[in-house]
Design a protein around this ligand. Structure first.
Ligand code: SIN
Length: 475
């Protein structure tokens, strides 16, 4: 199991003796340690990426595509092993972890196909004499900062399109989940990715690491997935060097249920939207806006299903909700629940802090939550479903949009015309219409407002990692 830094195709210790302690969130105990990269290591990784990128960009798109397809295949061949690694360091149930590997691998297959379809255009200037040629070269070296909630997929969603376009990358995985990142990097090398094209440098000291990586003149772009709060800090830093950026930031997804919805389907969809990956997703349903005629029925049904979810270590058969990532996460979730209850919300199920070991929180449903309660304004990132009844559609849309976030939203109704009309009015980059899951490598993932800049996946994904060059000519 790799526990060092991958720089320029070599596994090495950091330039200091510092190591990152990786915990098992189901017990709170240390699983192992990995090398922690220093600012000097970040600089060395950008150096290595800059050298490797020249040759990689000159490789035929078909050859890049075939290497990416090998990456898809090798990840699937190691699906069980990688899934177990994710469950060990993140804690999510094994089925989610293995599902994440299939999802993560698919970004390579999708982008192996995109690599050979990157198009430009030729047009006539309006005056008739000149030609306008437009094409899309790679940006160069991309620094990627990725989160702990999807230790594999949030890396491959960036790395695959970046490589397809001819870039080289330096990845800083989250310090909570570096093991999956390092093992995936090892497999990518085995699949034929040339040395230096993918560099992985976990660190304990994200600030100085990022300063060094973005100070390097070869760095041309930063791609980040994480909280809006951290995204703002990174954007300020990127502004100093006018770096290209792609940001996938926080969410506050409304899950809207109309009176005419199929309630069985709505509850099933709600469970997926709320609980997949232990409820630690930025697309997670954060607020349930339910039309008054079905609010009680929906709430009781959801409460029943939520209370039946087995909580425990992700590796145990039957577990539907693993531990949260750390003690601070549990404390923050419990604080939001307590505040909602003290503001008048009713606990339908859950809501009690759990004894250790490990960082567990019970699936919780809250009824009669006010739209302005803190729990409806902040990203919960945990297994809590606050239900807000509504009577008027315009009011509900105002409440749904009354947030700085705009990543995901869900709408359940039997009237598809109304569903589409409501979807169009939601200030949200992605809408699940009668669907509780929307993530798909073939679809553009991303948010409006402060939920992000740019899109990942689909055909948009590869273009994020490209420049646009225009050549003026005539013949
Ligand atoms: C995320 O939570 O950041 C990603 C969710 C997904 O890709 O499904």
């Amino acid at each position: 199991m790799p526990d060092q830094l991958l720089i320029g195709g070599s596994w090495r210790n950091g330039s200091t003796d510092e190591r990152i302690s990786v915990l098992d969130p189901a017990t709170g105990e240390e699983l192992t340690t990995v090398a922690s990269g220093s600012p000097e290591d970040a600089t060395a990784a950008v150096d290595a990426a800059a050298k490797a990128q020249i040759g990689w960009a000159q490789t035929a798109p078909r050859e890049r595509g075939e290497i990416l397809r090998n990456c898809w295949q090798i990840m699937l061949e190691h699906q069980d092993e990688l899934g177990e690694l994710i469950t060990a360091e993140h804690g999510k149930p094994m089925a989610d972890a293995k599902g994440e590997i299939a999802y993560a691998a698919e970004f390579f297959r999708w982008n192996s196909e995109e690599a050979v379809r990157l198009r430009g255009t030729i047009g006539n200037a309006p005056g008739g004499a000149n030609k306008i040629i437009v094409h899309h070269p790679p940006v160069g070296v991309v620094v990627m900062v990725t989160p702990w909630n999807f230790p594999a997929a949030m890396i491959t969603r960036k790395v695959a399109p970046a490589l397809a376009a001819g870039n080289a990358v330096v990845v800083k995985p989250a310090k909570e989940t570096p093991l999956t990142a390092l093992r995936v990097a090892e497999l990518l090398e085995e699949a034929g990715v040339p040395p230096g094209v993918v560099n992985v440098v976990p660190t304990q000291n994200a600030g100085p690491w990022f300063e060094a990586a973005t100070e390097h003149t070869a760095t041309r772009m930063v791609s980040f997935t994480g909280s809006t709060e951290v995204g703002r800090v990174l954007l300020r830093r990127c502004a100093d060097r006018v770096l290209k950026v792609a940001m996938e930031l926080g969410g506050n997804a409304p899950f809207i249920v109309f009176n005419d919805a199929d309630l069985d389907a709505a509850v099933e969809g709600a469970m997926v939207a709320k609980m997949r990956h232990s409820a630690e997703t930025c697309t997670a349903a954060n607020r349930f806006l339910v039309e008054a005629g079905v609010a009680d029925d929906f709430t009781q049904r959801l409460g029943k299903v939520m209370s039946a979810v087995e909580i425990g270590p992700g590796g145990k058969a039957g577990v539907g909700c693993g531990p949260m990532i750390n003690a601070a996460a549990v404390e923050s979730i419990h604080g939001l629940v307590n505040a909602a209850v003290s503001e008048g919300a009713t606990l339908v199920t859950g809501g009690e802090a759990m004894d250790g070991p490990g960082f567990f929180y019970p699936p919780t449903v809250l009824a009669d939550v006010t739209p302005t309660a803190a729990i409806n304004q902040e990203e919960i990132f945990g297994p809590v479903a606050p239900v807000v009844p509504f009577t008027d559609t315009d009011d509900m849309i105002r409440i749904a949009n009354n947030t700085e976030m705009g990543l995901a939203a869900y709408v359940y109704t039997a009237d598809i015309g109304r569903g589409l009309a409501v979807s169009e009015r939601l200030e949200s980059g992605m809408v699940g219409l009668n669907r509780g899951a929307m993530s798909d490598p073939a679809a553009p993932f991303g948010g409006m407002k402060q939920s992000g800049l740019g899109r990942e996946g689909a055909s948009e994904g590869i273009l994020e990692f490209c420049e646009t060059q225009y050549i003026a000519t005539q013949w």
